[in-house]
Design a protein around this ligand. Structure first.
Ligand code: NDP
Length: 362
């Protein structure tokens, strides 16, 4: 097929679900191309819709990208999705209470004065209260002993009014993070960091387990774009942390994606990333992922939260950016999460969802 051909049609065949899914993203670009009376189309009889056709479709997208004909990616509105979920959780909570059960109780333990942690904890408390939860905050001094922290967690573990416990990370260096997180009973470990919950997730048994909040939120956004079954799609995750990269990999694998996990020792990262139909960036490096790392039409989930200094009207200001260079990526991707307003709000609402689940099980 010549890429210079003008005007054709992309034929969608519902029975070829894999192609249709790819095509749904492709047609967005084709619509943009046709609008300008320019473009390349794939004509294929239904029986010949195969991997060649898919490859040709991808070639078309690269062509469109090079010609500057791409339409912009859909921005995945995490804030709106989170607000919708939050309303559902509030309604479920009201029903629970109307049936004579206790409100979901969420206890947040914050140690020290880290300003970013204080913002996160404040947001969690506000959302918990908006959902109608019993929200309890324990603020401990920076120099608190490990015994005191473990004793508090022990009390919360046995408190029937508390269904979810989380210790805001990071904690001061003199405390052992693993001992602290593992001291929360798995049934109240709404962050999903207990080995029992991690084991259930990695073995594919998510029923009854608590899935870590950020990965759970990312999956909802991916499902919203691509559906629940990701068969035939390549997912690339940049970052292998226990709280983001690894659990997202388990969830994507469970959804039948073909998963690659990258990290600081991965060779030729841009090339690996370009293979991704789903690209998840969880690195902590501002705007590291450039537009030419992204496969045209890919779904890009930007987990990173980085503060950078920018100059506005000659004044230096702090700005939040992700791990993806949004301004470049939005011209290539099919859909992308913004920072802020993408993964962040979904993370908080998934914490509420886990706490509600815990209350329903109690
Ligand atoms: P970690 O620091 O624990 O992990 C970072 C990962 O990125 C590591 O696996 C590291 O590799 C990898 N990495 C670092 N530099 C590079 C590089 N140059 N090339 C390739 N890989 C690299 O971070 P987290 O997973 O905890 O968080 C990642 C980001 O997500 C942060 O910005 C954090 O603030 C944000 N975050 C956002 C949340 C939200 O709700 N939106 C929630 C949680 C985190 P290696 O293992 O080899 O060192």
């Amino acid at each position: 097929m010549s890429l210079a051909t003008q005007y054709c049609w992309l034929m969608l065949a519902p029975e070829f679900s894999n192609l249709v899914r790819k095509s749904q993203r492709t047609t967005r670009y084709l619509a943009g191309l046709r609008g300008r009376n320019e473009g390349v189309t794939i004509c294929a009889p239904l029986h010949s819709l195969n991997s060649y056709t898919i490859r040709a479709t991808e070639e078309l997208l690269y062509y469109a990208q090079r010609q500057g004909l791409m339409t912009q990616a859909t921005t995945i509105d995490g804030k709106a999705m989170a607000a919708e979920l939050s309303a559902e959780i509030s309604a479920a909570t009201a029903k629970l209470v109307a049936n004579g059960k206790a409100k979901p109780g969420l206890a947040v333990v914050i140690i020290g004065e880290d300003p970013a942690s204080q913002v996160y904890v404040r947001n969690k408390k506000r959302t918990a209260e908006a959902c109608g939860f019993n929200s309890v905050q324990h603020t401990l001094a920076e120099n608190v002993s490990q015994e005191e922290v473990l004793s508090l967690i022990d009390d919360l573990n046995t408190d029937p009014a508390i269904h979810g416990i989380l210790v805001q990370l990071p904690i001061p260096a003199h405390l052992d993070e693993l001992t602290v997180t593992q001291s929360i009973v798995p049934e109240k470990d709404v962050d999903g960091f207990h080995f029992q919950n991690i084991g259930m997730l990695t073995s594919g048994n998510t029923d009854g387990a608590f899935v870590p909040c950020t990965p759970a939120g990312c999956m909802l956004m991916i499902e919203d774009q691509l559906g629940k079954d990701l068969s035939g799609l390549n997912a690339v995750i940049i970052g292998r942390s226990n709280i983001v990269g690894k659990p997202i990999a388990s969830l994507l694998l469970k959804a039948n994606a073909t998963v690659t996990i990258c990290h600081s020792r991965t060779g030729d990262l841009p090339q690996v990333a370009r293979n991704a139909d789903i690209l998840v960036a969880a690195v902590g490096r501002p705007q590291m992922v450039k537009g030419d790392w992204i496969k045209p039409g890919a779904v890009v989930i930007d987990v990173g939260i980085n503060r950078i200094e920018v100059e506005v009207d000659g004044e230096k200001k702090m700005r939040l950016v992700g791990d993806v260079d949004f301004a470049e990526a939005v011209n290539v991707a099919g859909a992308i999460t913004p920072v802020p307003g993408g993964v962040g709000p979904m993370t908080i609402v998934m914490l509420m969802s886990n706490t509600l689940q815990s209350a329903l099980r109690a």
